[in-house]
Design a protein around this ligand. Structure first.
Ligand SMILES: O=C(O)CCC(=O)C(=O)O
Ligand SMILES: [Fe+2]
Length: 326
């Protein structure tokens, strides 16, 4: 395994993996493996999500976040750890911090009507929450959810091949998984003096889930921490999704695949009064997935670095650390 210091995150074409050309498919898996063992991030095109659909979702969420705070808080569900519906400004903070991030967001989960009644997981998920003020949000969000979920399944097939597992290894683990689509609004700050000095749009963190697929943001600010300590700005092209490894996949692979720390920095002071929007999809498995380190990822040079846990147990622990669960 070569040590690579990327100056930008590698760009890949998902069509190389899905087109049926064996040589292109193998090359995709190799490049993805190099990227995920080094910087933990790639940008992919040909992911199946049209620009039109992305534009529709951005339009709907901008309409929602423009509502008065009193209206938005009607859609807050603290009793389910904010896992569906709205989460208000400053509620979430990165693990190990107390200052809340300068953001508000909205959680969309599985469309329960698509889960067969015979699957016991159907009863475990809370129903989605939809704002009556923006009626088109529901249909657009669910279509985006399902489209990105499919792209995520393809990425997990490629990841499985890189790990020399069966290509279908993740398939049953993510079927009706606990994934979340999270449109985020980094709200304008009129008076920077009024926010805590150390408050940022998103403090440095690793994502909790298996992989994250991120739609192109409306402004700069996202940066990833390279292993030599340098922060690398990420600017996805409009037709790309940024796809990164989360902590669950890092655990399961005993750090072979890297869940790289990233953050969203504040704009310069004179631009603090402008909004930034972004839409990540956090791909989670079913709660029962065993995240125990894969035997093939443990050896003398790589002793087992994590205690055994299921995805559900790990998620609960992290939600408490983020301030979303009491
Ligand atoms: O807003 C972004 O560009 C990234 C957000 C992010 O890292 C997260 O929500 O986990
Ligand atoms: Fe993140």
């Amino acid at each position: 395994m070569s040590e690579i210091l990327y100056n930008e995150i590698p760009s890949l074409d998902l069509a190389d993996f899905t087109s049926g050309d064996a040589a292109k498919k193998a090359a995709f898996v190799n490049k993805l493996g190099d990227a995920y063992q080094n910087i933990g991030f790639v940008a992919i095109k040909n992911h199946g999500l049209s620009q039109e659909l992305q534009d529709k979702l951005y339009a709907a969420i901008q309409q929602f976040f423009a509502l008065e705070d009193e209206v938005k808080t009607k859609y807050e569900k603290p009793e389910i750890g904010y896992q569906r519906g709205y989460t208000g400004k400053g509620k979430e903070h990165a693990k190990g911090r107390n200052t809340g991030d300068l953001k508000e967001f909205y959680h969309v989960g599985q469309d329960l009507s698509l889960i067969p009644d015979t699957d016991p997981i159907k009863k475990e998920y809370p129903a989605n929450v939809w704002p009556s003020e923006v009626p088109e949000f529901q249909e657009v969000a669910l279509e985006v959810y399902n489209t990105i979920e499919n792209a995520g399944k393809a990425m997990l097939r490629a990841i499985a091949l890189h790990l020399e597992l069966d290509e279908e290894y993740f398939e049953d683990k993510v079927a009706y998984g606990n994934s979340i689509l999270r449109p985020i609004h980094y709200f304008p700050i009129q008076n920077p003096e009024e926010v805590p000095e150390d408050a940022v749009r998103a403090a440095e963190h690793g994502d909790i889930n298996l992989i994250t697929l991120l739609m192109g943001a409306s402004a700069d600010g996202l940066q990833v921490l390279r292993k030599d300590g340098k922060w690398i700005p990420i600017t996805a092209l409009p037709d790309q999704l940024v796809v990164n490894v989360g902590d669950m996949l890092e655990r399961h692979t005993n750090k072979k695949l890297k869940s790289t720390i990233h953050r969203v920095v504040n704009p310069p002071r004179e631009k603090m009064n402008s909004s930034r929007y972004s839409i990540p999809f956090f791909m989670h498995p079913r709660a029962e997935m065993d995240l125990t380190c894969l035997a093939d990822c443990v050896d003398e040079q790589h002793p087992k670095a994590f205690d055994d846990a299921t995805a559900g147990e790990f998620l609960e622990e992290r939600l408490r650390e983020l301030g979303l669960r009491k």
